[in-house]
Design a protein around this ligand. Structure first.
Ligand code: 8NA
Ligand code: MG
Ligand code: MG
Ligand code: MG
Length: 354
């Protein structure tokens, strides 16, 4: 199998950054009106050249801050680059120190307790604070999934992708409905990196992997304890397959079946659906936007946890389409975009060496 090129690594991290920074502007709104979103995006584009003025206008430049999604993604990447492999102690330390340095990035309500425990010198098992969350049930939030893209950008073997996506998520999310969402998101990025995979093959492969991932005892018992059917991620992937066979799917059906919330189960499948759906044109989104832009616009238009759904879909779409579809004016509007490009290059070099 040919090795994916640098453009896909850059596309992945840039897509993730765009999704977070643009999505955060609308985070938590139950309804996002498309005209308002499109008008906001227009404001990111360079001003039209003025007569007698500069030849081309410039983008606004780094005005949109990133949130917890990117802060944690960066810690994952920085740990992998520093240690040249997954190291749970180093990664946990980076999560906690990053939180201590900038606590106001919009972290989930409960995960901050994990960081506080990790910062204590008494902590000698980095997975223990996550296991204690929610009276021992562990978090099922989407925080393990939102930050996981670095794992498939370092490990090319699919078993490694699953193993380290799970371990990286378990530092904060001990419930299988949390870490299985991270495995699913990591597998989606892994598959998106491959050359020319069709929509059908992409989804079939995700379903067959997740049916295996969700069949273990803990996944079955966690799903039952929360009142879900068995194999809940796999079931939603099959719903996505049904949606993609229809000529149009109303937003209300997407929200009902897949969701736009902060639980991994109500957001990771939504991100995957958004990516796959937006391979085709959308009658509501102007055609001058490319497929990567359409994916991010569609995610944000769903409302709810917009930054996190858009960052996950952006990582997948960016890995699939590559940096050619990342509009410079959008990218340059995001905090730390140049550092993101450098991290993508370093990840690519590590991926090639391994
Ligand atoms: P988390 O582990 O704190 O989980 C997020 C939330 O999910 C918790 O605060 C709970 O409300 C709920 N939850 C998770 N597990 C359980 C459980 N076992 N029982 C009952 N409730 C549970 O943090 P996280 O890192 O998973 O959160 C990620 C999200 O928080 C991202 O969207 C991120 O951007 C951030 N965030 C979201 C919003 C929003 O309104 N959508 C706002 C601010 C921050
Ligand atoms: Mg966020
Ligand atoms: Mg988290
Ligand atoms: Mg969010």
């Amino acid at each position: 199998r040919p090795r994916p090129g640098l453009a896909r690594f850059r596309g992945c991290l840039a897509g993730a950054l765009l999704g977070d920074c643009l999505g955060a502007v609308f985070e938590g709104r139950s309804v996002v009106k498309l005209p308002e979103l499109l008008s906001f995006l227009k404001g990111l584009e360079p001003a039209p050249p003025e007569e007698g003025g500069e030849a081309a206008g410039s983008a606004r430049g780094e005005s949109l801050p990133y949130t917890d999604d990117t802060a944690m993604s960066r810690s994952v990447v920085q740990s992998l680059l520093a240690k040249r492999e997954f190291d749970e102690v180093d990664m946990a330390k980076r999560f906690a120190e990053e939180y201590k340095k900038e606590p106001n990035r919009g972290y989930g309500m409960a995960v901050v307790n994990v960081f506080k425990k990790l910062l204590s010198p008494k902590c000698n098992d980095v997975f223990e604070p996550a296991r204690a969350q929610f009276n021992g049930k562990g978090s099922y939030g989407n925080g393990g999934a939102m930050r996981v893209a670095g794992i498939p950008l370092v490990y090319s073997d699919i078993q490694d992708v699953k193993k380290f996506a799970k371990l990286s998520a378990e530092l904060t999310h001990a419930n299988s409905l949390g870490y299985n969402g991270a495995i699913l998101q990591a597998l989606a990025v892994h598959l998106a990196l491959q050359e020319g995979l069709s929509r059908e093959t992409f989804l079939e492969q995700l379903i067959s992997h997740m049916e295996h991932v969700e069949a273990d005892d803990k996944s079955l018992s966690d799903a039952r304890a929360l009142g879900f059917e068995d194999l809940p991620f796999s079931r939603r992937l099959k719903k996505i397959k049904e949606f993609l066979e229809l000529s149009s799917v109303p937003k209300a059906d997407v929200l009902f079946e897949l969701g736009n919330g902060i639980a991994a189960l109500r957001s990771v499948p939504t991100a995957i659906y958004s990516f796959l759906r937006c391979m085709d044109a959308d009658p509501d989104i102007p055609d001058h936007y490319n497929a990567l832009q359409r994916t991010i616009i569609y995610c944000i238009s769903l409302g709810g946890d917009t930054d996190t759904i858009a960052t996950m879909a952006g990582a997948i779409a960016g890995a699939y389409y590559g940096e050619e579809q990342v509009p410079p004016s959008w990218e340059q509007s995001c905090e730390a975009f140049q550092e993101t490009q450098r991290m993508a290059k370093s990840l690519y070099e590590l991926y090639c060496q391994r």
